[in-house]
Write a protein that binds this ligand. Structure first.
Ligand code: ZN
Length: 465
């Protein structure tokens, strides 16, 4: 009979052999395991400035408007009385303007207003206003590149058409709105080559109306939105099953904006796990490995939760990379409910269920992602994988972006069955690299890196015949 100790040793040896085999197959000079980024001390300091106290004050303020239903009254006297969505809108504008004053007018505070015609959840023509602040990039070429954070400031209770009863929306989505505000406050103290947009949208509960209008405007005006971070229900509801060390990050697989030709290529080559949004999710994973954000992203490879939707989808529809942050475990008694007690259960989306420290951690993860991307070079353009002939080596080519920040490029790869990038090879300033690895067995990508180690998003190559 074999003793348990011998079995243990056997398992250990077999495990070691497997591990060695795997490393040997992948290792050669210049190739290393993919890992965290280089810490930027400026970003690290900015994260320390994120304040749970400020976030709490902002969520309490949003709740104080009673209801922020998109279809609630917005006439001037109601706005003056501090009630309804119009009052919330005016306060958001004033808050962004206050941050701008603190940074010598560095933010451009704007609104995007439109009249939404009646539809299922909008009984009469309704003015919907998105409020946003722009921290313009410091050099002309990079300023065209935009990274964006958003939350929805509208709220609802049990009845989507109810505009009179309380709809506190502390978690959904006072928390996300507070993340966007706090990112604006701390990041406006810094300067970045690329542009950051801090957004608060309305109409989410009615049917993603605000974000739809905003993303469409961005597309029509030719904005180069590299990343949109949607925070919706990031309050870390204090239920016993909550895990305050995790935040879910949802990303679409098959891009909503993919053409038929694109879908055919995805089907042929196994690209269903490599949308731009998924590269953004992987980037967030790397950010969390780099900075001390306390909360870690749990990547969910799915557009959204069952039966639910969110504003990131509006950006996906326009072809932009966008993800959704949501707390690990939602308590549905505390969302979309009239405030009440029934059979000993408390219903309603009240501030007392929100964990403000958790929201601050999520805000740090967002701020670190925005700051890293806005500091980084543009992603390499026209990335191709040469497929002219049958061969076991793989050659990738790309164009140098015009932004001029990149000092080197890195080729990444992973097994087709792996969720995250596993290996990286530095290839200097070349615009072409040949690796002794079969493209049939791995998925490749290329990213740009600057002198301080800021990384662009990774770009998966298209085949070139
Ligand atoms: Zn929501």
């Amino acid at each position: 009979m074999i003793s348990p100790r011998k079995i243990k040793i056997c398992i250990y040896v077999v495990g070691l052999m497997l591990a060695v085999g795997r490393i040997n197959a992948q290792e050669s000079p210049g190739r290393v395991q993919a890992g965290p980024m280089r810490i930027d001390p400026r970003i690290e300091r900015a994260l320390k400035a994120v304040s749970a106290k400020r976030i709490r004050a902002n969520i309490d303020k949003l709740v104080s408007f009673g209801t922020r239903s998109t279809i609630s009254a917005q006439d001037p006297d109601v706005v003056t009385s501090g009630h309804g969505i119009g009052a919330a809108r005016e306060w958001l504008k004033a808050e962004f303007e206050r941050y701008s004053k603190e940074c010598g007018g560095c933010l451009e505070v704007k609104t995007d207003s439109f009249i939404q015609q009646p539809e299922e959840r909008i009984p009469r023509p309704t003015e919907i206003t998105n409020v946003y602040a722009v921290l313009k990039g410091t050099d002309a070429e990079n300023a065209k590149r935009i990274v964006l954070v958003t939350g929805h400031y509208d709220s609802r209770n049990t009845d989507i058409l109810n505009i009179t009863d309380a709809a506190p929306g502390a978690n959904d989505d006072g928390s996300g709105t507070a993340v966007s505000l706090e990112c604006a406050r701390v990041l406006s103290k810094l300067k970045f080559p690329a542009t950051i947009v801090f957004l608060a949208v309305a109409g989410e509960e009615q049917g993603l109306n605000g974000s739809h209008h905003f993303a469409e405007m961005a597309k029509q005006q030719g904005w180069d939105v590299e990343a949109a971070l949607n925070n919706d229900i990031v309050g870390g509801d204090k239920n016993p099953e909550q895990d305050h060390s995790l935040v879910r990050v949802f990303s679409e697989g098959l891009p909503a904006a993919a053409t038929d030709q694109h879908i055919r290529r995805i089907r042929m080559l196994g690209g269903e796990n490599d949308s731009g949004s998924r590269q953004l999710a992987r980037y967030i994973y790397d950010v969390a490995r780099t900075y001390d954000t306390e909360v870690k992203p749990m990547l969910v490879f799915r557009l959204d939760r069952y039966l639910r939707g969110g504003d990131h989808y509006s950006f996906n529809q326009q072809g932009f990379a966008a993800v959704r942050f949501t707390e690990y475990r939602e308590d549905f008694h505390h969302q979309h409910q009239n405030v009440r007690s029934e059979n000993g259960i408390e219903y309603g989306d009240l501030p007392k269920f929100v964990d403000f420290d958790y929201v601050a951690h999520v805000a740090r993860l967002n701020a670190a992602t925005l700051a890293s991307l806005a500091s980084a070079p543009a992603p390499p353009a026209n990335v191709h994988l040469l497929t002219k002939s049958l061969e076991n080596d793989s050659t990738l080519t790309w164009d140098t972006p015009r932004d001029g920040l990149a000092t080197e490029y890195e080729v990444l790869w992973r097994a087709t069955s792996s969720p995250e990038w596993e290996y990286v090879q530095k290839v200097g300033t070349a615009r072409r690299a040949t690796l002794q690895l079969s493209k049939d067995n791995v998925i490749f990508a290329v990213r740009a890196v600057d002198a301080q180690g800021h990384r662009s998003l990774a770009v998966v190559p298209a085949p070139e015949h």
